[in-house]
Write a protein that binds this ligand. Structure first.
Ligand SMILES: [Zn+2]
Ligand SMILES: [Zn+2]
Length: 171
């Protein structure tokens, strides 16, 4: 993601308003790798600027996304997630228990050639359990015979094969 100064200039060049509240959103997102929800961004900005409204944060995220400065992702955790890392192509690990989301560098398969469908990109979402949730749940399972079986082994293997395809209908 660009610096606060660069984003300010870019917003102005596109005729978008830049307020101290909007700049606080820029600052909160810069280098933020937690994939925060809009609500989490709002909470963070409010710590600094108690009067900022959720609506302002939504609008700022929307404008950032429209300019391609952030990605807004729906990974099935119930709320959209904001990803300021638009520079490096990457995919995501998603904890099915707490919603934690981390970047992961994996090679996505090429989109299949499918008649009547223009594939644009393949997104890989690996679902499983993060270390904190696994520890809270009592750690890895002990299988009979003493072999340690990770709770998420099956789930992860299964979901790795499940890529989300986003594409546009040919009309
Ligand atoms: Zn977790
Ligand atoms: Zn990411």
């Amino acid at each position: 993601m660009k610096s606060v100064e660069e984003l300010t200039a870019r917003f102005r060049a596109h005729g978008l308003r830049v307020t101290p509240q909007r700049q606080a959103v820029f600052r909160l997102l810069a280098g933020n790798d937690t994939h925060p929800t809009v609500e989490a961004i709002h909470a963070g900005v409010r710590a600094e600027m108690p009067t900022v409204s959720l609506r302002t944060v939504y609008q700022t995220v929307h404008d950032l996304a429209r300019l391609g400065e952030v990605h807004v992702l729906d990974v099935g955790t119930g709320q959209v997630r904001v990803d300021p890392n638009v520079e490096e192509a990457h995919h995501h690990l998603v904890c099915t228990r707490c919603g934690r989301m981390d970047d992961v560098a994996v090679e996505a398969p090429a989109p299949p050639a499918t008649p009547g469908f223009r594939a644009e990109r393949v997104e890989v979402i690996v679902r499983g359990t993060c270390a904190a949730c696994e520890a809270a749940a009592g750690g890895p399972h002990r299988a009979p015979g003493g072999a340690t079986v990770r709770r998420t082994e099956h789930e992860t293997a299964h979901e790795t094969a499940h890529e989300t395809q986003e594409a546009t209908c040919r009309s």
